[in-house]
Each structure stands twice: as structure tokens, then as C-alpha cells.
Design a protein around this ligand. Structure first.
Ligand code: SF4
Ligand code: SF4
Length: 203
């Protein structure tokens, strides 16, 4: 029936309105800003950049994929000139500049989807009004950078999965490095034994 959806919505609103006098379950609003509800885990607003330990260890490698894929073209990255060691000991660039114009960002989350380094994720901050609509809404690397602990607090499931995957990567990298050292040592022993045999034959 035409308009049945509107009627259903109004009935639900009326149930909540009258029901809220007798049941807390029906009290769907709070006295904002004095009272605030915690956002749902999958709520998202603007992007953030995760770092491990301190700000010097941003996960971002300035690869530029998010900048290229952002439909609003509101990400601006300048790669640094020096490399730093990442969590697997590989030397990687980091961004010298990483800006996001949040007056244009539409919170689509595509940047977080395409990032191959688990670096850019979606924040849940929402009280972002400012009196300066230009510089006040242009967020820099220092504004966007958030500790992994913060990421865990807002998206515990995703952060836990990512940590588990990174721990497994670390374990594999360490095992590979150990195997390489052992292989090198075995090759050195073999070559010294071969040299000793040659000396014996010559004598
Ligand atoms: S946030 Fe991710 S996709 Fe964007 S530049 Fe950094 S590493 Fe690349
Ligand atoms: S959330 Fe969407 S619009 Fe905002 S920076 Fe990421 S890709 Fe761009």
C-alpha cells in the first residue's frame, strides 16, 4: 500500500515516545552533548593513520594508492626522502606530508579498503566543526596519526585480526632470516672442509 512505510515509521516513533515513559529500552535518545552514546564498531567518519609505538613509526609507506583511489581527490601525499625500517625490518619510505581535506571527504572508506599496509583506517570522531572552514578542515599527518591502541579501542575486531596477521608475518620473516643464517653457516663449514681436503691432497 502506498505510504505504508511512512505509517510504519510513525507507529514505531509513537511506540518509542509513549513507551519511553515506562521502559528504558524505548528511550532511544540522550541529552547530547552532556550524554553521548558510544558509536557502533563499524561506524566511520574520517580517516586516521595508524602508527606502532610512536609517531616516527607510521605504517604508511607513502605508496600513494589511497591518494589515487580517493573519489573526492582530497588526499595529498609527499614522500619523504629517507627510508625507515618497517615491522618486518624492510626499509620503506614514509610520508613527509599527508593531508586530508575533510571538508571534501565523504567518509566512503575506499582509502582504508585499498591500503595494502594496514595504515589508513576510519575514525569515529564526529564533533569536527570549526570557525575556519579552510585551514580548520585541512588535517595534516600530525592530526591524522593515531596509535594502534586507539585503533583497537574503536575497531577491536579489525585491529585484532590485523595484529594477528602482522604477528604471523613477523614470525615467518624471523624463521626465514634464521634459515638463511643457518644455510650460510653450513656453506661456510662445507667450504672450509673442502679447503682442508685440498691441503691434505697437496701434502
Ligand atoms: S595510507 Fe596506505 S595506501 Fe595510502 S599512501 Fe599510505 S600506505 Fe599507501
Ligand atoms: S574516506 Fe573516501 S573521500 Fe574520504 S579520504 Fe578516504 S577515499 Fe577519500
Amino acid at each position: 500500500m502506498l505510504g505504508s512505510g511512512i505509517i510504519k515509521g510513525m507507529v514505531e516513533t509513537a511506540r518509542n515516545f509513549f513507551g519511553s515513559y515506562v521502559s528504558r529500552e524505548r528511550l532511544t535518545t540522550v541529552q547530547y552533548p552532556e550524554q553521548q552514546l558510544a558509536p557502533h564498531e563499524n561506524a566511520r567518519t574520517i580517516p586516521l593513520l595508524v602508527y606502532d609505538g610512536d609517531m616516527e613509526h607510521l605504517r604508511c609507506t607513502a605508496c600513494g594508492i589511497c591518494e589515487m583511489e580517493c573519489p573526492a581527490q582530497c588526499i595529498y601525499i609527499v614522500k619523504d626522502t629517507v627510508k625507515k625500517s618497517d615491522y618486518l625490518g624492510r626499509m620503506q619510505f614514509q610520508p613527509r606530508v599527508f593531508d586530508i581535506d575533510i571538508s571534501v571527504c565523504m567518509a566512503c572508506g575506499i582509502c582504508a579498503e585499498v591500503c595494502p599496509f594496514d595504515s589508513i583506517m576510519m575514525d569515529q570522531v564526529f564533533a569536527l566543526s570549526t570557525q575556519n572552514r579552510f585551514s580548520g578542515l585541512l588535517l595534516h599527518k600530525e592530526d591524522l596519526a593515531k596509535a594502534n591502541g586507539y585503533f583497537h579501542a574503536i575497531h577491536p575486531s579489525d585491529a585484532g585480526d590485523i595484529d594477528a596477521r602482522r604477528d604471523e608475518d613477523k614470525r615467518k620473516a624471523e624463521a626465514k632470516a634464521k634459515a638463511a643464517v643457518a644455510a650460510k653457516a653450513a656453506a661456510a663449514i662445507k667450504s672450509s672442509e673442502a679447503s682442508a681436503k685440498q691441503v691434505e691432497v697437496a701434502a
